[in-house]
Design a protein around this ligand. Sequence first.
Ligand SMILES: Nc1ncnc2c1ncn2[C@@H]1O[C@H](COP(=O)(O)OP(=O)(O)OP(=O)(O)O)[C@@H](O)[C@H]1O
Length: 336
Amino acid sequence: MEQQSTTPVLELVDLVAGYRSRHGLLGRRNEVRAVAGVSLSVSAGETVCLVGESGCGKSTVARAVVSLLRPFSGEVRFDGRNVTGLKGRELKNLRRQVQLVFQDPYASLNPKMTVRELISEAWRIHPGIVEPDGWDAEVARLLERVGLNPGHAERYPHQFSGGQRQRISIARALAVRPRLIVCDEAVSALDVSIQAQVLTLLRELQRDLGVAYLFITHDLGVVRHFADRVAVMHLGSIVESGDTEQIYEHAEHPYTRALLSAAPSVEDWRDDAENGEIVLTGDVPSPLNPPPGCRFHTRCWKAQDRCRTEEPELLERGTGHPVACHFPATDPVAAM
Ligand SMILES: Nc1ncnc2c1ncn2[C@@H]1O[C@H](COP(=O)(O)OP(=O)(O)OP(=O)(O)O)[C@@H](O)[C@H]1O
């Protein structure tokens, strides 16, 4: 019998990534470490959501995963193989297997191309997937698959609504039959009801095709019924990760609890939070000059001396899932 592979499709191993400037705009070291040592994995057919507020480094992770940005250190592994720094044909092969869907399809879809051209362009770049005489039929099939009228293949992006344009982006990503789709705030610009329709579509596609998703969002409310696992990111690091239920029902990190209490569709947390909604005060620190100790301590209502000096590791602390906090919610000291 054929052995099922347990190697994750995607693994990030202590990934450090960001931006360098030659002109000193990014501070003394001329670099900003937007991602400060992130490890996570996504298995075949799995949905892992990376959640955090704006500026925490989510898009930088996405760019490193699809090789648009070379990490400072650490590894991006695809099917167990380190793919950081691939070039030429190998990079092209990787790009076929890992697709990116952006927040704003209007910006990512060339407005001068018809839907047929937008989708079939992928087969021009990656020959051998669909022969040219089959392109029209395959475009029609893909449009139908994502819930669009196959008769609209000659239309331009501006002739579609926001939700429909996102469906075109998804069809285009699927055209190369990827193993992993990185969705970077892919539903954030859509109305709530349209968001739900696009998430349902992504789920159906996953069930039928076995594609894995790294789903990036600032909104924990969106992913509750969509994610298999959730990783919560704060200022370049993962501060808590676990199965979706563990995160939604037993959040341990104060930052996760604050995100949950602010998520409009996560009613339980607004009701349960000891003092009603948790409102974070203070500015989000800059990754150019992160605070010492726990990077969240400047905004944490539970911070103690240790938090100001000692950076907590992401560890399972009797909490059932890993959390990077010296005083997680189930800790007796924290509960006082
Ligand atoms: N090209 C760049 N040059 C310098 N700094 C950058 C660049 N792009 C992003 N940054 C900085 O890196 C940090 C992380 O940005 P990133 O876009 O990854 O965050 P994010 O969580 O995806 O936020 P958003 O959802 O707002 O895009 C931020 O402090 C940002 O200002």
